[in-house]
Structures are given as structure tokens and as C-alpha cells.
Design a protein around this ligand. Structure first.
Ligand SMILES: [Zn+2]
Ligand SMILES: [Zn+2]
Length: 395
């Protein structure tokens, strides 16, 4: 990467920045929840055209958009790198007094996807001025329905990754300052699955338990026994969370009920451990239910997978961060988050990386009614993305 590129990128950023900030404010004012991003998507398409993009597909996997920027530099034609942003907001009433606060009651950009979308549009605006330095294709992926988990899989099914070698993304991160990024190779965020266990006993008078099968008693054993997976069966170096978050049963003081329902979530940081969880859980459920003469049904639903950052792509992003921001502002994340992110779906198909983009050390947390991505981090995100693209093709 030459200094020449960096100056070109920076001057292009300062030219487009006021417009990109206005775009973010527009998006923040007009949030739409998952799978209802109709106006957002139309607006993004309009902006893409205004930046000179022609190869645009709309309504991909819902309200998703794929836009391809074809570089005109001669060498290494045929390679493609993708950058992804998510566009959906959350069903939360905004409690900020920002001048551009949400105008939609009960809906707000509390996860900062307005920032992700505008940063990616800014990257489009910048790179479209540098076509002659790009020796390949940049695919911009604007994804719907991240919060409800499903948008990414539909985008992939619709061909978003066809011909793509690598994919990158960012998530705005309170806790890091603007001008800082957080990086981690390997598992970055957890998988998130849910399960339902129905224990079928035999209802009877509470004073005569010998005549029935008590699903409350069986359920209590199950709550404890399922914890043995993380403590006794899976290596402590492979973090896994099994949380029973709901127990529903019973209607009276003097009745042993017929049925108890247990629901919960499983979080893993290893794809292998996650794969084995349904079978391991069912073995315990079957064993406990057999032992106490109960029947059961068990449903395990796969939500979103482990977000696993590729080592090579992470190294590239880390090096770019060191160069642009200084190594003191590239924070190596010691531990992954047990939260989940559907960017993992792309990473199950091709190597890639999501980094955290600092938006402010003292901001409210993600999904908080006062959260705001802010404007300060936008140029940092654009520069990271633009440099990554040029670096990728220069390799
Ligand atoms: Zn979120
Ligand atoms: Zn998010």
C-alpha cells in the first residue's frame, strides 16, 4: 500500500463525509425492524445510484441489496472481496434527545446498524472514485434481518457469496473510543441456539405421588444434570453455556401436573462442540426421563453459528489498523463475546473477519434505548474498509 493510495482515500473521505453523516441521520430518524426494511432498502439503492453504481440487485433475500463495483486496474482481474452491512433496527422506544432521534414510535437503531449502513455507503462513494486503482470486484452486501437472525442465510442462498473470495464487516462498539478497533482471530462471538423440552409425567393427587409420575421432580433433575455438560463432559477450555430460562408447569397446590416444559438457550464458541450439543443433551434427557418413568419430547433449534474470524484476514485488518490508527489503538480482544451475530453465516462459507469499531468509551450499551452509533467513527470505518480492499487486491 503506497502513501499515494492513503492520501487519495483520505481526500475522498473528507469530500463525501458530510453527505454520509446526513445519510446516517436520515437512517437513524427512519428505522425499520427486521424484514420490514422496505424504505431503508429503497433509500440505500437510491444512494448507491447517486454514487455512480450500476450493477445493483435489489430485493435479495428479502429487502437485501447486492452492489458490485468493478475496478479497472489491469492486474488480477477476476477476484472479488465482499463487505457487509446490516440495515435493520430494533423494536425499542428511543429515549435520546438527539436532533435526529427516531420518528417511528417503538422502533430505533439501538444496535447502530444505521452506522454500519452509512459507513458502507461511504466506502462505496470513496471506492467508486478510485476504480482505476482496484484490480477486481468489490461486492457491497446490504443485509436485512440481522437481529432476528435469518437475513444472512437468505442473502447467501440468493448467491451473495458467489465468486467471492473473502468477506469483511464491522460492528460499532461502545467501550472502544473512536479511532480504535478491536480484533480477534478465531472465535469472536458465540453460537446461539434454543431448545424446548416437554416432560410427560402422569398427573395425580399431590398427596399420593406413588400413583403418578411427577414431571416437576424429573424437570428439577434435568436442570441440574444438563449443567454437567459444561462442567464434566466438555473441556473447560471450550466454553459452553446451557441456560434453562423458562420452566412452565402446574396449576394447583394439591395436584402433581401431567406436563412440565423447560426452555432455554445454548451458546458455544466451538463449531464442533455446538454440533454435538443436541445429541449430548438428548442423551441426558432420555436417561433422566427413563430413570424416573417419564416420557419426553425434545426440540433443538439451530439459531446462529459461531462467528469465527479467519487468521489471514484478521492479520490483514490488524496490520491496516496498526498503520492507520497506531498499534496502541488496535485492541486485541482477549476473550470472545458470548453474544451472537449472523455474520457467522457468511464465515461458514468463506474466510473473512468482523472487527469492532470503537464508537465511544462511555456510550450506553448496544440495544440500550439511548444508544447512538454517532458520527465520529464513520471516517475510521470507511478508511479501514477502503484500505482493506486495496490491500486485498494488492496482495
Ligand atoms: Zn443487535
Ligand atoms: Zn448489531
Amino acid at each position: 500500500m503506497s502513501v499515494h493510495h492513503r492520501k487519495d482515500i483520505q481526500s475522498a473521505i473528507s469530500t463525501v463525509l458530510p453527505e454520509i453523516v446526513a445519510i446516517r441521520h436520515h437512517l437513524h430518524r427512519n428505522p425499520e425492524i427486521s424484514d420490514h426494511e422496505e424504505k431503508t432498502s429503497a433509500y440505500v439503492a437510491e444512494m448507491l445510484r447517486s454514487f455512480g453504481m450500476e450493477d445493483i440487485q435489489t430485493n435479495v433475500g428479502g429487502y437485501g441489496i447486492i452492489a458490485n463495483l468493478h475496478g479497472t486496474a489491469p492486474k488480477q482481474q477476476g477476484r472479488t472481496i465482499a463487505i457487509r452491512a446490516d440495515m435493520d433496527a430494533l423494536p425499542i422506544q428511543e429515549e435520546s434527545d438527539l436532533p435526529y432521534r427516531s420518528t417511528v414510535p417503538g422502533v430505533m437503531h439501538a444496535c447502530g446498524h444505521d452506522g454500519h449502513t452509512s459507513t458502507l455507503l461511504g466506502t462505496v462513494a470513496v471506492l467508486s472514485k478510485l476504480r482505476e486503482q482496484i484490480s477486481g470486484t468489490v461486492r457491497f452486501v446490504f443485509q436485512p434481518a440481522e437481529e432476528t437472525v435469518g437475513g444472512a442465510a437468505r442473502m447467501v442462498d440468493a448467491g451473495a457469496l458467489e465468486g467471492v473470495e473473502s468477506i469483511i464487516a464491522l460492528h460499532g462498539w461502545p467501550g472502544l473510543k473512536p479511532g480504535q478497533i478491536g480484533v480477534r482471530s478465531g472465535a469472536m462471538m458465540a453460537s446461539s441456539d434454543t431448545f424446548d423440552i416437554v416432560i410427560k409425567g402422569k398427573g395425580v393427587h399431590a398427596a399420593m405421588p406413588q400413583g403418578g409420575v411427577d414431571p416437576v421432580f424429573v424437570g428439577a433433575h434435568l436442570v441440574l444434570a444438563l449443567q454437567s455438560l459444561s462442567s464434566r463432559e466438555i473441556a473447560p477450555t471450550d466454553p459452553v453455556v446451557v441456560t434453562i430460562s423458562q420452566i412452565h408447569t402446574g396449576t394447583a397446590y394439591n395436584v402433581i401436573p401431567e406436563i412440565a416444559t423447560l426452555k432455554g438457550t445454548v451458546r458455544c464458541l466451538s463449531r464442533k462442540v455446538r454440533e454435538e450439543m443436541p445429541e449430548k443433551m438428548e442423551r441426558i434427557i432420555r436417561g433422566i426421563c427413563d430413570a424416573f418413568r417419564a416420557e419426553y419430547s425434545f426440540r433443538y433449534r439451530h439459531g446462529v453459528g459461531v462467528t469465527v474470524n479467519d487468521g489471514t484476514v484478521t492479520e490483514m485488518i490488524t496490520n491496516i489498523g496498526n498503520r492507520l490508527l497506531g498499534s496502541e489503538n488496535v485492541v486485541e480482544l482477549e476473550v470472545p463475546s458470548m453474544g451472537a451475530e449472523d455474520f457467522s453465516v457468511y464465515l461458514e462459507h468463506i474466510p473473512g473477519m468482523m472487527f469492532r469499531l470503537g464508537v465511544g468509551a462511555n456510550k450506553p450499551n448496544l440495544h440500550n434505548p439511548s444508544y447512538d452509533f454517532g458520527d465520529e467513527a464513520i471516517p475510521v470505518g470507511i478508511e479501514m474498509f477502503a484500505e482493506s480492499v486495496l490491500e486485498f487486491f494488492g496482495r
